[in-house]
Structures are given as structure tokens and as C-alpha cells.
Design a protein around this ligand. Sequence first.
Ligand code: BTX
Length: 326
Amino acid sequence: AMMKEALLHMLTEQEGEFVSGQEISNRLDCSRTAIWKHISELRKSGYTIEAVQKRGYRLITSPDAVTAEEVSLYTGNGTFGKKITYRESVNSTQEIAHALARDGEVEGSIVLADEQTGGRGRLGRAWQSPKGTGVWMSLILKPNIPLQKAPQLTLLIAVAVSKAIEKVSGIEAAIKWPNDILISGKKSAGILTELQAEADSIHSVIVGIGINVNQERNHFSDEIAEIATSLAIEGGQTYKRAEVVGVLLQEIETLYQQYLENGFGMIKLLWESRAFSLGKRITARSITGAITGYAKGITEEGVLLLEDDHGVVHSIYSADIEFPST
Ligand code: BTX
């Protein structure tokens, strides 16, 4: 797999120019037969590679895949995404990441799938993850922070997702507390933060991120057709999912380093500048009931402050936010 990845990197670097079999064999220290074998494998995974006698190989097109080799072209110099577990179809990438984390997987490892058949949202809800359309990813983090600060990570990730969407597509993506990423008021991505903790110390944080990239309208079920959108629907073109993953991982890693070194202050400012619900009249609905009022801001802990009509300020730790029509 390392060889195949290295070969793909060489072909990609050439930007459509030929690279000779001799050069590949020198740089990767392998036989011509081995190169040929890997070229055939890449072709089987959807890469169009031209082979011409005496000139060598040339990459013509690459598939919109989130395989380890394709994503590795976009992850940059960081450590997040160095280790990628890719599956074509899974129930949920969260399950796999949880198992890996339990077995001592390192921070920054990710699990990606082309399709999830049991993708999950918060509170037992489902996350539609049709094949070949979106980014369905779980990232393992091992922050040395107290348990009660874990919600800050969701906000950090939301900032990173919103920035990554803007970088790749130029489309503005706002954050709706705590974990929705909205484009034109519709849900384009969701974040699910799950913890492995003992007593009050965090062992691992499994961050699940779902981003609707290339869905067409008919990919969404009737239930969510009105509330969901994708980058392709909004941007009128498709995007490379592997690029979205690579850019996102770099954004997350940068913010995460800043967060571990300097605390939540900077992230809070970034979050507020991208927040959609602040200053608006909202209803926060949770299992204990609903409160309507003005969203005043978030605290240092990432808790939402909601001022009701009697001027009482409520701290909202977990809820669904709605925008009342009256
Ligand atoms: P959430 O509970 O905030 O949102 C779930 C709700 O969003 C659903 O009840 C439905 O109304 C709506 N919804 C479902 N699918 C979609 C979709 N594709 N686009 C827009 N709206 C949708 C959000 O939970 C957290 C989602 C995390 C998903 C990632 S994917 C990788 C990882 N693996 C996994 O199983 N979950 C995470």
C-alpha cells in the first residue's frame, strides 16, 4: 500500500506530464514488474493512467474517492490523517474509530468510509450517508483536558468545518450551536462528539464529521429534503471529497494546537464570528423542555446563554435549536 501511495504521489507531482518507468523504479527502489502491478491496481480503483513506450506513465484523471492513497495527496505536512483506515461500506465510522481508540490508536488517526449504512447523529438519530457522495469521517483525539471542557472541542471542530468548506468551495458556511453547519440556512454538515472517559479524565475523543459534498437533491429522503443541502447543490459543481478531507484535517490540526497551547479564547472568537444563531430569537428544545429567548452568546466552556422573556439567562448545555416563526 505504501508503494502504491508513493507511486500515486509521483504521478500527481508531474501534473499530467510523463514520468519514466526508470525514474519510478529508481526513486521507489522497485522493479518494473512491481510498478506495472501497482499501475493496474490504481486503474482498477478508478485512476486513468496512460502508459506509452519509452515515455512512461502519465496520470490523466483520478476518481472522487476517499481512499487512503487519494486522501494522502491532500493532507499536507501535519500529523492528522497520517494514519487512515478506509472502508468502502460500514455501519458507522464511529464504531470502527471507537474500537481502534480502545486498542490504543494514536491521536490524529482517521476512519473514512465511502458509504455508511447506519450513520448516526446525536440522541440516536440517523445520519444519511449515501455512497460516494459525502465525507463520512471519524477522527481520534487524545486531548489532555478535563472532562467538562470536552464540549469546546465540538465548537472547535465546527469552526474548522466551516473554514474548510469555505476554502474548498468559496461557499459561506455558518455555525448553528452547537454542531450544525448551515449553508443558506440548510444543514450541510454535522458533528458528533463522543468520549471514552474514565472517572473524570478523557481517554479518547471520537469526533464524527459528516459533510454533504456531492449529493444531488434526490439523494436526500423526503424527510430532510427541505432542511438539508450539499456543497454541489449550493455551488453548482462537484468537489473532490479527498480535498475536503485534507483541507479539513489541516484546519482542525492548526486550531487544535492553538487550543491546547492557548486555551479556548481564540476559538471562541472564531466561533462567534461564524455563528448563525447569536443575537437571534431561538427556541432551545431538550428532553427537559423548551425555552425561547435571545441567544446572547457562549461562555468560556462553550455553553450557550439564552435570555428568556423575563430576563432570566439560562445556560444551555445540550439542545436542538429552532427559530420560532413568531
Ligand atoms: P444531529 O442529531 O444534529 O442531526 C441528525 C438529523 O439531521 C437527523 O435527524 C435528520 O433530521 C438530519 N439529517 C440526517 N442526515 C442528514 C444529512 N446527510 N444532511 C443533513 N441533515 C441530515 C449530526 O447529528 C451529527 C452527524 C454526524 C455524522 C458523522 S458521519 C461520520 C460519523 N459516523 C457516524 O455514524 N456519524 C458521524
